[in-house]
Design a protein around this ligand. Structure first.
Ligand code: GLC
Length: 723
């Protein structure tokens, strides 16, 4: 339809119909009655027919959605199709590594390919909109949703977020949805839904850039966040939406609230009731109300009584109808088919990509010659993640975890056998997870331990497969302690007492505390939540058929007491270079200020040598860039892939500036002995920041350019930006 035809359609629609387009309900309500829970758990009668709404969430299946859509369109007064929306965070039926793991691959190409395959499966199942990518910057691993972010760096998150949007949207028929706008990743104390207390400068400098990058990529939808910023809930924050998102970032797409977030403004204490919440949200610029009763029960009345300008309704409805139009719904309201599902879901091509992506996302943190394993070695695989299907993370409503490949299956497939013992449960007795997903405990912990130690005693090496429960992260998955369970730590101690050759493989949705695991393991690798092909990918890396290449996308602290902790921090007036000096100096008396492993860190089976950074000039102007370069050599005996990282430091500014800022990275694959020169163009726009007057600009002065293997690199050169 043309815009003129859309305008005509809007002019013919009743006010109820128009408001209906702005209402999203869970699919289950399409069949249930009119009663829904209101704010504070009250029970309210819907004042709007479910036959007028504009979209539903939380239902998949081509045939189911076809049937639902057909019946809905026939009954709708203007036959306007529904949008079907869903959370396909790291895959639909084929599950890819969680986004935090994909961040560790530092590969926009891979992120785009995984997103494109997830899109194909989601479209096959009849969906139109994917509530992804999540662009929330994260610096506090206590927060459960770090698993859903690509990490702690604004630049990396923007690059990967753009790649995911391309993957979801480039073939058409599907819209991505950037979320959660904005700053949801900085809740005080890591407590989910908590207030966010950061300065506007920090907000703009660190938290907003990734959302802006994805808007620039053409993301068609955005979602508000549950949190407040500047003590205003995002869903009612007119400055954040109309000034920052729409005016500054140029977002012209549809803005949906997060789940029931409009009515949550009552509980936040800035709306007297659902009616006032509706007014706040529409005036702030929220187009669709996801599953609260505000728009459904009050928006028509607010317009009728002249308290809300109908123009605001028409603007929102136009954006919604434009989205439906851009997805071709008026010509074909049906995505996918049972045949597409049969052809695409969990197909071998998707499994192969999931396997390669998982292997690329693993981060090898330590390796004192135990890896790669040899097939002729007697290796005992011990731990609750050896024979565990639940390795797909918390944001997947996977009905069939048995489609996943366990470590035991992967190792058996590769070597013909897998000596194994469970050794411990994932959780301690009574330990909570965010969702009910209980762990059967048929055997006593003592019995599990005894069996495991006996096996460890007879093995050349032990691979300990440890980790968090998949529901110890995700929405509502915040923890005050980020350690492994006591049972697993006891297993580690008891096995280490009889066999020193320990390789620890850790499954988690967040950086976990690994000091003790690191001390007792000769080799240590983070595999996060690797998804459908996790077991095969782990076997590939352990036996050297894939060489580890991942780099931490989020700092791994020594202790939860250190968080929030991130690489792009500040020097302070009393720097502590070694991190563990005590006295009148930055830091603690009982812990270092250094992490266990820094952002950007990750080992290979080979080693890489870097030449000193060279620059083609030592003066930069706004019109003349500086080219910085290094030559990287594979100095080991394995082929390997290295992520060469470029960091900049503004040595002095009108406000304090971070020690380092990631401004580029390039992955190079090198054969043993091979060298490659890697160069980066540094331009003036990469030096800009919000100065003392909150003007986004660069300032003349001295800059350092670092190029190295992780954010700790001291391989640097200098240049000056002149006027
Ligand atoms: C949830 C999440 C959001 C998700 C939405 C729909 O509460 O915060 O990320 O997209 O509801 O499931």
């Amino acid at each position: 339809m043309t815009e003129k035809e859309l305008q005509q359609l809007i002019s013919e629609m009743s006010l109820e119909e128009k408001v209906g387009q702005m209402v999203q309900r869970v699919a289950s309500e399409m069949v249930s009655g009119a009663i829904v829970t209101g704010p504070e758990g009250t029970v309210e009668t819907k004042k709007m027919s479910i036959g007028l709404i504009g979209s539903i969430l939380n239902k998949t299946g081509a045939q189911t959605l076809h049937d639902l859509q057909k019946e809905f369109i026939e009954k709708h007064p203007h036959h306007i199709p529904l949008l079907f929306m869903y959370d396909v965070i790291n895959g639909m039926d084929t599950i890819f590594p969680i986004p935090l793991a994909q961040g560790c691959a530092f590969s926009p190409e891979m992120a785009e390919e995984c997103a494109a395959m997830a899109r194909d499966e989601a479209v096959a199942k009849g969906l139109h909109v994917n509530f992804s990518p999540m662009l929330d910057l994260v610096r506090d691993p206590r927060w459960g949703r770090v698993m859903e972010s690509t990490g702690e760096d604004p630049y990396l998150n923007g690059v990967l977020g753009r790649a995911m949007v391309r993957g979801y949207q480039k073939k058409g028929n599907m819209s991505a949805c950037l979320k959660h706008f904005a700053g949801y990743g900085a809740p005080e104390g890591g407590r989910d839904y908590e207030n966010v207390e950061i300065s506007e400068r920090t907000f703009r400098e660190d938290y907003l850039p990734a959302y802006a990058a994805v808007v620039k990529e053409g993301c068609c939808m955005a979602m508000t966040s549950f949190n407040t910023w500047n003590r205003i809930p995002s869903t009612g924050n007119k400055w954040l939406i109309r000034k920052v998102l729409r005016e500054e970032m140029g977002f012209e797409g549809v803005l949906i609230s997060d789940f029931a977030a409009i009515d949550e403004m009552i509980r936040h204490g800035i709306a007297e009731d659902s009616r006032e919440a509706a007014k706040l949200a529409i005036e702030a610029g929220v187009d669709i109300d996801m599953q609260s009763n505000a728009y459904m029960n009050h928006l028509v009345d607010l317009v009728r009584r002249g308290e809300v300008d109908e123009k605001l309704i028409d603007e929102a409805v136009m954006r919604i109808l434009k989205l439906k139009n851009s997805l071709g719904l008026f010509e074909n309201p049906y995505n996918g088919s049972p045949e597409d599902e049969k052809r695409l879901l969990l197909c071998q091509a998707h499994r192969n990509k999931a396997r390669a992506a998982a292997a690329a996302s693993f981060v090898l943190l330590k390796n004192e010659d135990l890896l790669p394993l040899k097939k002729e070695e007697k290796v005992a695989f011990i731990g609750p993640y050896v024979d565990n299907f639940k390795i797909h993370g918390s944001w997947t409503t996977l009905e069939h975890p048995e489609n996943n490949v366990t470590v035991k299956q992967g190792v058996t497939e590769k070597t013909g056998a897998c000596l194994s013992a469970k050794g411990a449960y994932v959780l301690d007795e009574g330990q909570k997870t965010r969702m009910f997903d209980p762990e059967e405990r048929p055997v006593s912990e003592e019995e599990l331990l005894r069996e495991a130690v006996a096996l460890a005693e007879k093995a050349d090496k032990v691979v300990l497969c440890l980790g968090e429960h998949r529901h110890q992260t995700g929405e509502g998955g915040s923890r005050t302690s980020i350690t492994l369970s006591k049972g697993q730590l006891r297993l580690l101690e008891e096995v280490a007492a009889v066999n020193k050759n320990i390789v620890s493989v850790v499954f988690s949705g967040r950086p976990v505390e690994l000091k003790r695991v690191q001390a007792l393991s000769q080799s240590l690798m983070m595999v996060w939540m690797p998804g459908t092909e996790g077991g095969n990918a782990i076997a590939d890396v352990l036996y050297g058929d894939a060489v580890p290449q991942g780099k931490l996308s989020m700092t791994l602290p020594r202790s939860v007491g250190q968080v929030p902790m991130y690489y792009n921090c500040f020097r302070t007036g009393r720097p502590n270079p070694t991190g563990d000096r005590v006295g009148f100096i930055h830091g603690y008396i009982d812990e270092s200020t250094k992490p266990l492993y820094p952002f950007g860190y990750g080992l290979s089976y080979t080693t890489f040598d870097y030449t000193p950074v060279s620059v083609d000039r030592t003066e930069m102007t706004k019109d003349r860039a500086v080219e910085a370069a290094v030559t990287v050599t594979n100095t080991g005996s394995f082929p390997g892939t290295e992520t060469v990282q470029l960091y900049l430091q503004d040595v002095k500014g009108s406000v304090i500036r971070p020690l380092k800022m990631l401004r580029g990275f390039q992955k190079v694959s090198l054969q043993p002995g091979e060298s490659r020169t890697v160069s980066f163009q540094i331009t003036e726009d990469m030096l800009r920041f919000y100065d003392i007057n909150m003007v986004y600009t660069s300032e003349p002065g001295l800059f350092r350019v670092y190029i190295g293997t992780d954010s700790d690199t001291q391989n640097a050169a200098e240049f000056t930006l002149t006027e």
